[in-house]
Design a protein around this ligand. Structure first.
Ligand SMILES: Cc1ncc(COP(=O)(O)O)c(C=O)c1O
Length: 500
C-alpha cells in the first residue's frame, strides 16, 4: 500500500501502522460488524498521535469498505468486514488451477537461463559476441536520428515492421544473401527466437510431426516441443542434415534446419542435399524453416545461396542481427512465402503488436548509409582472426587428441576429444570451470543417439585473439591429467560419422 489518503509524508508511518492494526483487528473479529470504533480523539490520546493521523487511517478503512462513517455519527465496522468470503488457503506454492497444456509442456522442458559466471577468466560461451565490437557511436547517432524522425509520432508501428527497415532489408538480403523478395514478405521480429515461435504457432498443431536436426539448437527444439510437436531428430554429419534419414510419412508440418552453418556441428549443406530436402518438403506437404543465424560469417567457403532463394513457396527464412550487432537488440526478420504473409503478420501483432520501432528505424538508417555492411565486414575480419587464433591454439595444445569441426563458417567450433568418452563430459566442464574456464558440452544438444565421444562447443566471438590463446593454454593445463584419469575413454570408438 502506498501513502494513505489525507496523510502527509511525515506521518506516513504512524498512519499506516494504525490503519493496519485496525484492519487486522476488524478481520480477526475484535470489532464485530456494526461495532463503533473508538473516537478519533480517544484513539489519538491512546496512541500518542494527532487526531489527523488517526482520521487519515480511518478514512482509508472507510474508502476500502471496512468501516462506515456518516457526518456527525461514530465510525462503525461495516457488514462487508464480516461477510468476507472464506476460501481455503493454497497448500503449497504451486499454481492454483491446472495450467494450460502449453504451460505444462514448457515446464517439462530443460529450459535454462545461462547465468554469467563472474569467476571465469576465459568464457568460451557460444552465442556471445564482444561488447567492444558493438558500433556504439554509429548506433547512438542512428538512434538520435530515428528519434528526431519519429518525434511527432511515437505511436504504434505496423506489426510487420517499420516500412523503411523492410525496404532496406530487402536490398540487403539481395546484395548479401542473394535473396530476391518483396518488402511485403519481410516480417520484423524480436530476434530469431520469435520467428521460430511464430512459425510453430502458424504451422504446428499438437501431435503434428516436425523434423529437427540432431544435434539441434536447443531453443528451436524447445519451441517445437512446447507446441506439442511429434519430433523426429534427423542425424547430421559434417555437411549437415542427412536427407536420406528424413521421415517419409506424408504429413510432416515443418522441418527446422540450419543449412548455411549447421548448429552446432558447423556443416554447410551441399547443393544436392538442399535439392533433396526441398523435394522431401513437397512430398510431405511440409514447410522448411531455414535459420540463417550467422550467415554473414564464412571464411574459406564460397557462399551458397539460402534455400529460400531456390524455393519461395516452401521455405521460411529467418535472419537476425544478434551475431552482427547484438543479441540485446532483439531484432530479427522472417521472409515468408506470399500466402503466409497475412497469418504471420497477424500472429506477430497478437504476440507483441510490433518489435521496438525506434531500434528498427535506427537499423534502417545503418543499412541505408552502408554503415551496417561496413560493420559486418569489419566483424568478419575480426572474427576470422579470432578463429585463426583459436584453431592454432587448439592444434598446438591438444594436437591429435582432438578433432576440430565446423570451422569454415560461424562464430564457434566443435571440438571432439578422441580419447575421452561422452560420459566424462560433465566432469570435463567442471574441471575447466575450477580453472576459471567456461566450456560448454555438445551432448545436451543431441535429442537422442548421443555421441560416444566428449565434445565441446567453443564460441570465440567474445574473446580477443590473445585471450583465446591463453584460454586454450589454461584449458590444456587444467585438462592435463584428464585423459589419463578417464582411461575408459581409450575404449571409445573412433571416427564414427556421424554421431561420433
Ligand atoms: C542456431 C541459432 N539460431 C538463432 C540464434 C539467435 O537467436 P536470436 O536471434 O533469438 O538472438 C542463435 C544464437 O545463438 C543460434 O545459435
Amino acid at each position: 500500500m502506498g501513502q494513505l489518503r489525507g496523510e502527509r509524508p511525515g506521518r506516513a508511518g504512524a498512519t499506516r501502522r494504525i490503519y493496519l492494526d485496525l484492519r487486522e483487528q476488524i478481520s480477526a473479529g475484535v470489532y464485530a460488524a456494526g461495532d463503533r470504533l473508538p473516537s478519533s480523539r480517544a484513539l489519538a490520546d491512546e496512541l500518542g498521535v494527532s487526531r489527523t493521523t488517526v482520521t487519515a487511517a480511518v478514512d482509508q478503512l472507510v474508502s476500502e469498505g471496512y468501516v462506515t462513517s456518516h457526518q456527525g455519527a461514530a465510525s462503525r465496522v461495516s457488514d462487508m468486514a464480516r461477510s468476507k468470503p472464506e476460501h481455503p488457503r493454497p497448500a503449497g506454492h504451486g499454481p492454483e488451477r491446472p495450467l494450460s497444456g502449453y504451460a505444462g509442456r514448457v515446464m517439462a522442458l530443460p529450459i535454462h537461463y545461462p547465468e554469467r559466471q563472474q569467476a571465469l577468466e576465459f568464457d568460451f560461451r557460444y552465442g556471445d559476441i564482444a561488447a567492444a565490437d558493438f558500433p556504439t557511436l554509429l548506433w547512438r547517432r542512428a538512434m538520435n536520428a530515428a528519434l528526431l524522425r519519429r518525434r511527432d509520432s511515437l505511436s504504434y508501428a505496423p506489426p510487420a515492421g517499420v516500412a523503411a527497415l523492410r525496404q532496406e532489408l530487402q536490398g540487403y538480403l539481395w546484395r548479401v544473401r542473394g535473396i530476391r523478395c518483396d518488402p511485403d514478405q519481410i516480417v520484423v521480429v524480436s530476434g530469431s527466437q520469435q520467428a521460430l515461435d511464430l512459425s510453430a504457432r502458424v504451422l504446428v498443431d499438437c501431435g503434428d510431426p516436425v523434423v529437427i536436426e540432431n544435434p539441434c539448437y536447443a531453443m528451436a527444439r524447445n519451441v517445437m516441443a512446447a507446441a506439442g510437436a511429434d519430433i523426429t531428430a534427423v542425424r547430421c554429419d559434417d555437411a549437415g542434415i542427412l536427407v536420406e534419414d528424413l521421415p517419409r510419412q506424408g504429413k510432416s508440418a515443418l522441418a527446422y534446419v540450419t543449412p548455411s552453418h549447421q548448429f552446432p556441428l558447423g556443416g554447410v549443406l551441399p547443393q544436392n542435399r538442399r535439392e533433396l530436402l526441398l523435394a522431401w518438403a513437397y512430398a510431405e506437404g511440409a514447410y522448411i524453416v531455414e535459420d540463417d543465424y550467422d550467415g554473414e560469417y564464412r571464411y574459406d567457403v564460397k557462399p551458397i545461396p539460402p534455400l529460400f532463394q531456390s524455393d519461395q513457396d516452401r521455405v521460411i527464412y529467418v535472419g537476425t542481427v544478434s551475431k552482427t550487432l547484438s543479441p540485446a537488440l532483439r531484432l530479427g526478420y522472417l521472409v515468408v512465402p506470399r500466402p503466409l504473409i497475412d497469418v504471420f503478420v497477424k500472429c506477430k501483432q497478437l504476440a507483441d503488436r510490433h518489435s521496438p520501432s525506434l531500434e528498427q528505424e535506427a537499423l534502417a538508417i545503418l543499412l541505408a548509409t552502408g554503415s551496417y555492411e561496413r560493420h559486418v565486414r569489419k566483424m568478419r575480419r575480426s572474427n576470422a582472426e579470432r578463429r585463426a587464433a583459436l584453431i592454432a591454439a587448439l592444434t598446438s595444445c591438444f594436437g591429435e587428441t582432438i578433432e576440430i569441426v565446423g570451422t569454415s563458417a560461424g562464430l564457434h567450433v566443435v571440438v571432439w576429444f578422441r580419447a575421452i568418452a561422452a560420459e566424462h563430459e560433465a566432469r570435463l566442464v567442471d574441471v575447466a570451470r575450477a580453472g576459471g574456464i567456461g566450456i560448454y558440452p555438445v551432448s545436451p544438444l543431441y535429442f537422442d543417439r548421443k555421441p560416444a565421444l566428449a565434445g565441446l562447443i567453443l564460441g570465440y566471438a567474445s574473446l580477443k585473439p590473445e585471450q583465446l590463446r591463453r584460454g586454450i593454454e589454461t584449458l590444456a593445463l587444467a585438462l592435463k591429467d584428464f585423459a589419463a584419469s578417464s582411461q575408459d575413454g581409450a575404449a571409445v570408438e573412433h571416427g564414427v560419422r556421424p554421431g561420433r
